[in-house]
Write a protein that binds this ligand. Structure first.
Ligand code: ATP
Ligand code: MG
Length: 140
């Protein structure tokens, strides 16, 4: 079994998609181990997106992720890292397949930010790293 960090990003919360997204996670048979609503701050996001800090879109990404609280979840199941990313769909919501969360709920927004509703860890190692950042109380 495996764990991943799933986040409903500000646009997902503002569009009232938390329940629908939780429903899809549960329908797939994954276990939600922990969940909280949190307003991300700059310190947390810089650590979380450490490999993206030098990208030109990073300031826009910070702005996007701080514009509203997010819902962070620790999700557990067989191959959940890959499986959750399959449920999410591709990064760019305009290219994401129908039936995926980003394909169904991602849309074009004004500005440079790619607003794509959800986050998922991209590897089991990154999942452990991200879970310890967002849920230090779990991994202490
Ligand atoms: P996430 O890590 O949020 O699950 P991802 O793994 O699909 O998404 P990453 O490459 O890790 O994509 O990028 C993290 C986030 O940064 C994206 O979800 C998106 O919000 C933003 N982003 C990535 N690439 C771009 C880009 N070229 N232009 C604008 N924003 C981008
Ligand atoms: Mg990523």
């Amino acid at each position: 079994t495996e764990r991943t960090l799933a986040i409903v990003k500000p646009d997902g919360v503002m569009q009232k998609k938390v329940g629908e997204i939780v429903r899809r996670i549960e329908r797939k048979g994954y276990d939600i181990i922990d969940m909280k609503m949190i307003k991300a701050d700059e310190t947390l996001l810089r650590a979380h997106y450490a490999e993206l800090v030098d990208r030109p879109f990073f300031p826009g990404l910070m702005h996007y992720m701080m514009e509203h609280p997010v819902v962070a979840m620790v999700v557990e199941g067989d191959n959940v890292v890959k499986g959750w990313r399959t449920l999410m769909g591709t990064t760019n919501p305009t290219e994401a397949a129908p039936g995926t969360i980003r394909g169904d709920f991602g849309r074009d927004w004004p500005g440079d930010e790619v607003r794509n509703v959800v986050h998922g860890s991209d590897s089991p190692d990154n999942a452990l790293r991200e879970i310890s950042l967002w849920f230090p109380e779990l991994t202490r």
